[in-house]
Design a protein around this ligand. Sequence first.
Ligand code: UT7
Length: 331
Amino acid sequence: MSKIKAAITAVGAYVPDYVLTNEMLESMVETNDEWITSRTGIKERRILKDPDKGTSYLGIRAAQDLIEKKGLDPAEIDLVLLASATPDLPVASTSAYVATQIGAINAFSFDIQAACSGFLYGMSTASAFIESGRYKKILLIGADKMSSVIDYTDRTTCIIFGDGGGAVLFEPNEEGLGLQDEYLRSDAIGRNFLKIEAGGSLKPPTEETVANREHFVTQDGKTVFKFAVSNMADVGERIMKRNDLESSDVDFLVAHQANKRIIDATAKRMNLEDDKVLMNIQRYGNTTSATLPLLLSDYEKRFKKGDNIIFAAFGGGFTWGSIYLKWAYNS
Ligand code: UT7
């Protein structure tokens, strides 16, 4: 292990103004607030309504929030990583556009696609570049315009997802703070349970695929739920054991916000009290790559230097994992 650790030194976020509430969904599909709240914990989600704006807009706004708060000169950024499952365009890298728009004129950039685990994997990628000593300032963004791939006539998916973006800055730390350990996994057993059927190289879009609504997200919710509960709890428990962490040593759980019941099950296995389990799913729903940085942004003021934070995520693929990080600053 290198002596240099990769620490998060700033956080930024952006969610669109438009609020889609459970009550509004009641008039769109056969559902009700009680069902959505009790099954998922979600009350409302944000939607990027402007048809001329894609995921890059969410990422740019989140990055600009961070840059402003930190007083960072974007020309100092070495690398911009964008985790997203909904790129602006299928081929042109969204991160390149974001980097240029925020003035990261000396950076290179690339996109990371690992569905709901994209940001978690991005934390690993950013940290490896920092620990190696190769780069000093890495901006990691998680952003998704999920409304662009959601079928608002399908009650099994449209109640879950929302749009948003979040960003963190990784920098070297020689006090031992920052990323301590990670356990990341994937298994293609999940490929058929959560996906967009058409529009990729396997099944390029045709009039027929569009007519069949195959360009929208579909999931076998029950199966995904089962895998998510057991795998997220497993990795959370494993990373604690491997680092000799008792539940009293863990200050916060930052878990992917897909379903409150999944988060609760993970926290229970890790034996964590409720106030350590960060939650904003009620306001944003599942924003895919943005859930973890949106939590960091919402709860930033509660974090203290040296706090032990466990991250956990689970998503399409399947992809999943957990990261143990020591928080590096007081805000
Ligand atoms: O972020 C990536 C990972 N994704 C996830 O982790 C999502 C995991 N899955 C879930 O969160 C849950 O499975 C859902 C929230 C998607 C669904 O909850 P569930 O408790 O698994 O419900 P279900 O699919 O078993 O459906 C139960 C019933 C069904 O009716 P019947 O067959 O019992 O008559 C559904 O048709 O609820 C019905 N239903 C709804 N009712 C009202 C499904 N969606 C709705 C709805 N409103 N929106």
